[in-house]
Design a binder for this molecule. Structure first.
Ligand SMILES: *[C@@H]1O[C@H](CO)[C@@H](O)[C@H](O)[C@H]1NC(C)=O
Length: 224
């Protein structure tokens, strides 16, 4: 009986630990406006806090998110991040935004956010969106979204958004990190610097090395 109680306690503690560390750390103060000093030799998990007495409204402010962005690029989409880099007052608060503009048939290519779940709302146009679950199922979930529709991309999973309409599309995403990070799959795998050995990629993708060399020779547009 005592042993049973012990294991239940351990299980609950393990669960509490997971919940406490499942996202950006909770702040220990009202706010922690990030210092802009990039020359500092010391790194912390996030950024240093500015003296709270020096905080001003502009530390929590960003403007211009209604302005359409230029999508004349090879993939036909442009991401406008609004995270701690743009708003220093987001430091330690575990949340951020992005605007995504799509040309007709524009694509936000398969990518993951290593540190954030994403919740996206379509403002204009029609987006075919999806995400894939982890191994071994690799199950694909997709949906066609119209203005007002909302879809969730769980933290870390590969996902994409494709404008399947003949008009521009616009979406706004909320992300559960001040700095969710982006890994665009093709860019990371075929556009790494330096390149991954084509022996490795030919074996991984089960193709001829020439196919890998061709892909590695492409310019992988950095969308975000
Ligand atoms: C959009 O970007 C393209 C490619 O850089 C450029 O040629 C074009 O003039 C830009 N359009 C506008 C409206 O800025």
């Amino acid at each position: 009986m005592a042993t049973h109680f012990f294991f239940v306690t351990i299980a609950i503690m393990a669960l509490a630990f997971t919940l406490a560390f499942a996202s950006d750390p909770n702040p220990l103060q009202d706010f922690c406006v990030a210092v802009k000093d990039s020359k500092s030799a010391v790194f912390v998990n996030g950024k240093f806090c500015n003296d709270p007495k020096l905080a001003k409204a502009d530390d929590f402010f960003f403007s211009g998110l209604l302005t359409p962005r230029n999508t004349s690029n090879p993939i036909g989409s442009t991401v406008t991040p609004v995270n701690v880099m743009q708003i220093p007052g987001l430091n330690t608060l575990g949340i951020s935004l992005a605007r995504i503009d799509f040309a007709p048939y524009g694509l936000n290519p398969p990518h993951t956010h290593p540190r954030g779940t994403e919740i996206l709302v379509v403002l204009e146009g029609t987006l075919y969106v999806g995400f894939i679950t982890s191994n071994p199922e690799n199950r694909l979930f997709t949906k066609v979204l119209c203005p007002g529709d909302v879809f969730v991309f769980p933290e870390g999973l590969i996902h994409f958004q494709f404008n399947e309409g003949k008009t521009n599309a616009v979406a706004i995403s909320g992300l559960s990190s001040q700095n969710p990070g982006v890994i665009t799959i093709a860019n990371a795998v075929f556009g790494s610097n330096p390149k991954i050995s084509d022996d490795v990629l030919a074996k991984a993708f089960q193709v001829d090395k020439k196919v890998v060399d061709y892909l590695q020779a492409q310019f992988w547009w950095p969308n975000n």
